[in-house]
Design a protein around this ligand. Structure first.
Ligand SMILES: [Zn+2]
Length: 377
């Protein structure tokens, strides 16, 4: 098995830098340009040629062994947030939600209004003055329709002159807080952590003596409609799809009943995901890929956690249905506080996830079977 270049510490440092830089770049769904530019530059440093499809997906291909199944390794580069819905005459900004934004965690959050690089404006989601809050308001969630953003404008004309228009993207103010040596809180760990890991996987696989053909895809609009990666898959027609995103960490007091995924417990695979409201989709992974990561975990002495839950899904749900079917699996890192302005991840988990992916993918060769009948349990 090829090793990841450099020591554990070097890999961890590179992941820390990539993750930190990526979390500081705003990239609302449908407005991923700044993130894409950063990732394209990182891919070019590795000697990879990148291309962007019409939807905005960033794609780079590393050629490998002829006859081995082609792999599409992907993760989304967009983040959730808001778009401007209305500018009030007094300069306050009303917003529409874009993605699964938790309304109860919004008042008094800082935001960045993305009017253009170098011209972005700061704002905050107003929280009614505490001294004027009535007892029945104290424990109520304010619906997003009633929230407003204060960006320092005195009237609508000032806001418009600053470039704020209906449809302007707004994200949580990008920030990074190092909680400990290994744990980082930041904006959009989901899924800039996945982006950082793919950059490092691409680096290691580029140096590997043996590997299948791998398409690295940084996808768009995941937080919007979960289908951005589809256009890439329809063109690339991979045999295998490996999707990277968070796994819900369940080791906090409010999540304990949901599973056994712990922060710092290593990477994991999802054995079942499903979302019934509107989307009616999910991913039950191909058994060849479950087996691949189980074997790799044992051979490389990397822990492998298991997740199964309803309520969330990823683009792999749609990618698996392309052409005659794509063998798919969701692989991920434990993460806390999903979709809040600050999410928490452990760098050790990202480092082990990188190693798991490099070892697992590089072991896929022409004898790798995707025949369901070889995996009858
Ligand atoms: Zn995500």
């Amino acid at each position: 098995m090829p090793a990841v270049a450099g020591s554990n510490d070097e890999l961890r440092d590179r992941l820390r830098t990539l993750l930190t830089e990526l979390m500081l770049i705003p990239g609302l769904s449908g407005h991923e340009g700044r993130v894409r530019r950063y990732l394209a530059a990182e891919q070019r440093k590795l000697g990879l040629t990148t291309r962007t499809d019409r939807l905005g997906n960033l794609i780079a291909t590393l050629e490998g062994e002829a006859g081995a199944p082609d792999v599409m390794l992907f993760t989304h580069m967009d983040q959730l947030g808001f778009v401007v819905r209305k500018i009030e005459n007094d300069g306050f900004i009303r917003v529409e939600r874009l993605g699964g934004v938790p309304e109860r965690a919004l008042p008094s959050q800082a935001v960045t209004i993305c009017v253009g690089e170098g011209r972005d404006r700061a704002g905050l989601i107003a929280n009614k003055s505490h001294h004027a809050t009535t007892p029945d308001e104290k424990y109520k969630v304010v619906p997003y329709m009633d929230l407003y953003i204060d960006a320092g404008f005195s009237n609508r004309a000032e806001a418009e002159a600053a470039g704020v228009l209906i449809g302007t993207p707004i994200v949580y103010r990008p920030q990074v807080i190092e909680l400990s040596e290994t744990r980082i809180a930041g904006t959009s760990v989901d899924d800039r952590a996945g982006c950082a890991v793919i950059v490092e996987v691409a680096r290691a696989l580029g140096e590997a003596a043996k590997r299948p053909t791998v398409h690295f895809v940084f996808s768009v609009q995941e937080e919007f409609n979960l289908r951005g990666a589809l256009t890439a898959a329809q063109v690339l027609k991979p045999d295998i799809c490996i999707q990277l995103d968070l796994l819900l960490a369940t080791d906090t007091p409010d999540m304990a009943y949901r599973g056994n995924v712990t922060m710092g417990g290593g990477p994991g695979i999802s054995l079942y995901s499903f979302h019934g409201r509107g989307t009616l989709n999910g991913t039950i992974p191909h058994p060849a890929l479950v087996s691949l990561f189980e074997k790799t975990s044992r051979a490389e002495d990397i822990p492998l956690q298991r997740s199964a839950h309803t309520g969330a899904l990823t683009d792999s749900s749609y990618v698996q249905l392309v052409e005659g079917g794509v063998a798919s699996i969701d692989v991920g890192f434990p993460m806390r506080y999903s979709h809040s302005s600050l999410e928490v991840v452990d760098l050790g988990d990202l480092e082990q996830l990188t190693r798991l992916l490099v070892a697992g993918i590089s072991s896929i060769d022409k004898d790798f079977s995707l025949d369901r009948d070889d995996f009858v349990g």
